[in-house]
Design a protein around this ligand. Structure first.
Ligand code: PLP
Length: 365
């Protein structure tokens, strides 16, 4: 029986990458020792971190106008770092509350002493549609607009084609769909993404920040570990970086390049997610919850409309090697995460299982 991991994060990683890590773990052919034993100041690690940055720049078409930093502390630290570094003029950010993580970003900004204005929220319908900018939005009142491109928990996504158009500064949390679908980096002033979904293991977060915008900031009261500029000046080695996570990230980026880059990942992710959504839409037993135009390619959220039954079915799924299908504890239901490394066979196996559960239910009722 093949096992499939539908976890929302840390999520599935490409098997060839895991095999390479295993084979190189004790003794890497370049370092002659384990990657977790080498100095971050060694030329070997320098090559790895340079390569990771180059690959990311290549995959996302990141111009020299942007700096790339590898930071510890996860997306949650970015919720604070972003306003600390960039909300210094108006001391106020605007947020489109499209899900749990957008809401957390707004709260974090308030915690560090900034104001956060929720311009629009889809909380009333459990975040099943996307909040949008109204025509009277005045960007001048805010340092920037924060949005979460993909809502990992609720499964609604601002795809590139439906990004809010703003003349002001735009920042994005791309933690759960970076490299899964194309975005034009030039439309953003700062982007961050925790690695543990589409990029590698937990422990490193990628930040892509516009250098000119950074230069405009007065951040004398911001601690050194929380300043993007320090990461850019020291090439993400202001202190000891997460060596293993960056090494694994580099291997995942190499794998994405070998697959044909973001366009190829996108095509595969459309194929995988459409197959699942089509099945769900044609079933009377399961319901996909998010508005069609905003459906996530990476986190497919659905339910039978009976949370206890959902839980029992997700538990049964584990007996068939289909793991981590339960929705987030705050919403219940099902969530099938289909990150880049998820093979189409996982979707086929899931659909076969879901059909069986549906038939079982129909037989009994
Ligand atoms: N943003 C998004 C979109 C996420 O999905 C997550 C975690 O799942 C976070 C932020 C928080 O990331 P972390 O747990 O790395 O702090």
């Amino acid at each position: 029986m093949t096992n499939y991991n539908f976890s929302a994060g840390p999520g599935v990683l490409p098997t060839p990458v895991l095999t390479k890590i295993k084979n190189e773990f004790i003794k890497n052919e370049f370092t002659h020792m384990s990657i977790i034993e080498i100095s971050h100041r060694s030329t070997q690690f320098e090559e790895i971190i340079n390569s990771a940055e180059e690959r990311l720049r290549d995959l996302m078409n990141i111009s020299d106008d942007y700096g790339v930093a590898f930071i510890q502390g996860g997306g949650s630290t970015q919720f604070e770092m972003l306003p600390l570094n960039f909300a210094n003029n108006k001391n106020r950010i605007a947020v489109l509350d499209s899900g749990n993580f957008a809401s957390k970003a707004a709260q974090a900004a308030v915690t560090i002493g900034k104001q956060a204005t929720i311009l629009d929220s889809s909380k009333v319908d459990h975040y099943h549609h996307l909040p949008m900018l109204s025509t009277d939005f005045n960007a001048d009142e805010y340092d920037y607009l924060h949005l979460t491109t993909n809502n990992t928990i609720e499964g609604a996504t601002y795809h590139q084609s439906i990004l809010p158009k703003t003349v002001g500064r735009l920042t994005a949390d791309m933690s759960s769909n970076i490299l899964a679908e194309p975005y034009d980096v030039n439309d953003f002033d700062a982007i961050f993404a925790g690695a543990q979904k589409n990029l590698g293991p937990a422990g490193v977060t990628v930040a892509i920040v516009k250098k000119d915008w950074l230069k405009e900031q007065n951040i004398e009261n911001v601690g050194s570990m929380l300043r993007y500029q320090n990461y850019l000046d020291k090439h993400s080695m202001y202190n000891t970086p997460p060596v293993f996570s960056i090494y694994a990230l580099n291997l995942v980026l190499e794998w994405v390049q070998e697959q044909g880059g973001v366009d190829s990942m996108y095509a595969q992710n459309i194929e995988k997610s459409s197959k699942l959504y089509d099945y769900l839409d044609n079933s009377t037993f399961y319901h996909a919850l998010v508005d069609e135009s905003a459906r996530s390619l990476t986190n497919v959220v659905f339910t039978t409309a009976d949370l206890e039954r959902d839980q029992a079915i997700a538990k049964d799924a584990t007996k068939e090697g289909l793991f981590n299908l339960s929705g987030h504890r705050s919403v219940g239901g099902f969530r099938a995460s289909l990150y880049n490394a998820q093979p189409i066979e996982a979707v086929d196996a899931l659909i076969t299982f879901l059909k069986k559960a549906e038939n079982n239910y129909n037989d009994k009722h």
